[in-house]
Design a protein around this ligand. Structure first.
Ligand SMILES: *Cc1c(COP(=O)(O)O)cnc(C)c1O
Length: 402
C-alpha cells in the first residue's frame, strides 16, 4: 500500500524546481512507516536503524503519540506563552521529576543550545563569558551553536563567528584545566558525542569537568539533544555517567519526532531566565507538549529503558563477535542505543550498499557507521538489521583486501 500520489521521481522534480538544495538527499520519497519499517512512494520497504536521524525514538508510528497529537490538535493548536496551558505544565513535570530542576521549551536542538549559552552567561558574573567546547562536538547550525561546534568544516565562509568560544581536545582534562581563566563561564559538552562519531567519555572525564566547574564557579552544560530521553538506557545520559550538570539541552527524540526542544536548569540557575530576557513563540506549544508527554508515558509503560539496555548488550555481543572475523571494525563504541562502528576504511559506501538491501543506516566522521535505532526495536528487526550489515561489511572487507 502506498499513500503517495506522486512517484519519487515526480517529488524529486518538485524539489529540483522549488526547494533550496542545501541537503544531500537519497533519491527516495518516503511516505509512511510502522515501527522500524518505512515505505517509499514505490512501495519498497526499508528497515531503519537510524529512524528520523535519532528523532523517531519510538519508531514511525507511536500509537499513543499519534493519539495524543490528534486529540490535542482538535482542542487547541497553539497558545502563546502569555497564558498557562496544561500540557506544558504536565510535560515539564514529566521531564523534571525524572531529571532535575525546571524546564524552558523551544523547538529545536540549536534553539535549545542558544538558550543554554545565554543562560550560562546570564547566571554567572558579568566578567565571565567564555565557554569551553570540544573538538568533534556538534551543537547545531545557528550562529552561537555552530560556533560552539568545534569542527572547522561547519564554519567555512560564515565568519566572523560569535566571540567567546574556546575549543578543547575531547577527553583531555588537563587541556581543559589549562584553558580555564577568570572569564570562563561554562563548559559545554555532549556526554556522548553523536555526530562526531559516537565518542564516549573517558573514565572520570565528566566528573573531572564537574569538579573543575565547582572549583572555578562555572556552569556545566550537557548537550543531551541526542543522548536525552532514554537513548542511553537511563532517562538522561548524565544519569548513565553519574554526573549532574547545571544546565541540559534536549531536542531530537523528546517528543518522538514532533518538533520540540527544551532546556533543563537547576533551581539555582533557572531564575536567571527572567521575564523578557528569552522567549520562543512556538516553544512549549500544546501539540509538542502532548506528544512529549505521550512519549514519556510510552517509554515507561512499554518498559523501553529495559529494552534499550537489553538491545544494547545484544548489539555489543554481536559486533564484538563480528570484529573477530572482520578486523576492518577497529573500534566498537556503544552507549545504550547509540552505536558506532569505527572502521579502518571509509564508512560512507556502507550506506548505499545497505540501502540496496533494504536497510537504512548512517555514516559519520569519515570512518564511523552510526546506528540510532528506535528504543522499541524488536528482536526480529535486530536480527535482520545485523544480518544485512554483516553481509555489507564482509563485502567491504573483501573489496579492501583486493
Ligand atoms: C542534532 C543535534 C543538535 C542540533 O539540533 P537541531 O534540532 O538540528 O538544531 C545539537 N546538538 C546535538 C548533540 C545534536 O545531535
Amino acid at each position: 500500500m502506498s499513500t503517495a500520489t506522486r512517484t519519487s521521481a515526480e517529488t524529486i522534480e518538485l524539489f529540483d524546481k522549488y526547494v533550496i538544495g542545501n541537503y544531500r538527499r537519497y533519491p527516495i520519497s518516503l511516505v509512511r512507516g510502522d515501527g522500524s519499517r518505512v515505505w517509499d512512494a514505490e512501495g519498497q520497504c526499508y528497515l531503519d536503524l537510524f529512524p528520523g536521524w535519532g528523532c523517531n525514538i519510538l519508531g514511525y508510528s507511536p500509537h499513543k503519540v499519534i493519539q495524543a497529537v490528534q486529540e490535542q490538535v482538535a482542542r487547541l493548536i497553539h497558545v502563546p506563552n502569555t497564558w498557562y496551558m496544561e500540557p506544558q505544565g504536565e510535560f515539564a513535570e514529566a521531564i523534571c521529576t525524572r531529571g532535575f530542576g525546571k524546564a524552558f521549551f523551544c523547538n529545536s536542538g540549536a534553539e535549545s543550545l542558544e538558550g543554554a549559552i545565554k543562560l550560562a552567561r546570564l547566571s554567572t558574573p558579568p566578567e565571565k563569558y567564555k565557554i569551553i567546547t570540544f573538538e568533534n562536538g556538534f551543537h547545531g547550525r545557528t550562529f552561537a551553536a555552530v560556533t560552539a561546534t568545534a569542527q572547522p568544516k561547519y564554519h567555512e565562509g560564515f565568519g566572523p563567528l560569535v566571540p567567546g568560544f574556546v575549543y578543547a581536545p575531547h577527553n583531555d582534562l588537563e587541556a581543559v584545566r589549562n584553558l580555564v581563566d577568570d572569564e570562563t563561564c561554562a563548559i559545554l559538552i555532549e556526554p556522548v558525542q553523536g555526530e562526531g562519531g559516537v565518542n564516549t567519555p573517558a573514565e572520570g572525564f565528566l566528573q573531572g569537568l564537574r569538579d573543575l566547574c565547582d572549583e572555578r564557579g562555572m556552569r556545566l552544560v550537557f548537550d543531551e539533544v541526542q543522548t536525552g530521553m532514554a537513548r542511553t538506557g537511563n532517562w538522561f545520559a548524565y544519569q548513565t555517567f553519574g554526573v549532574q550538570p547545571d544546565i541540559m539541552t534536549m531536542a531530537k527524540g523528546i517528543a518522538a519526532g514532533v518538533a520540540c526542544g527544551a532546556i533543563i536548569a537547576t533551581e539555582e540557575v533557572a531564575p536567571a531566565l527572567r521575564p523578557g530576557i528569552h522567549a520562543s513563540t512556538f516553544g512549549g506549544n500544546p501539540i509538542a507538549m502532548a506528544a512529549g508527554l505521550a512519549t514519556v508515558q510510552t517509554i515507561e509503560e512499554e518498559g523501553l529503558l529495559d529494552n534499550v539496555n537489553r538491545m544494547s548488550e545484544r548489539f555489543r555481543e554481536y559486533f564484538e563477535g563480528l570484529q573477530k572475523e572482520l578486523p576492518i571494525i577497529e573500534e566498537i563504541r556503544i552507549c545504550g542505543m547509540m552505536i558506532g562502528l569505527d572502521l579502518a576504511i571509509e564508512s560512507t559506501p556502507a550506506v548505499k550498499k545497505c540501502m540496496e538491501r533494504g536497510l537504512l543506516i548512517n555514516a559519520t566522521h569519515d570512518t564511523v557507521i552510526r546506528l540510532l535505532p528506535a528504543l522499541n526495536l524488536t528482536d526480529e528487526d535486530f536480527e535482520e538489521g545485523c544480518a544485512i550489515l554483516t553481509e555489507v561489511l564482509r563485502e567491504m572487507a573483501e573489496e579492501a583486501a583486493a
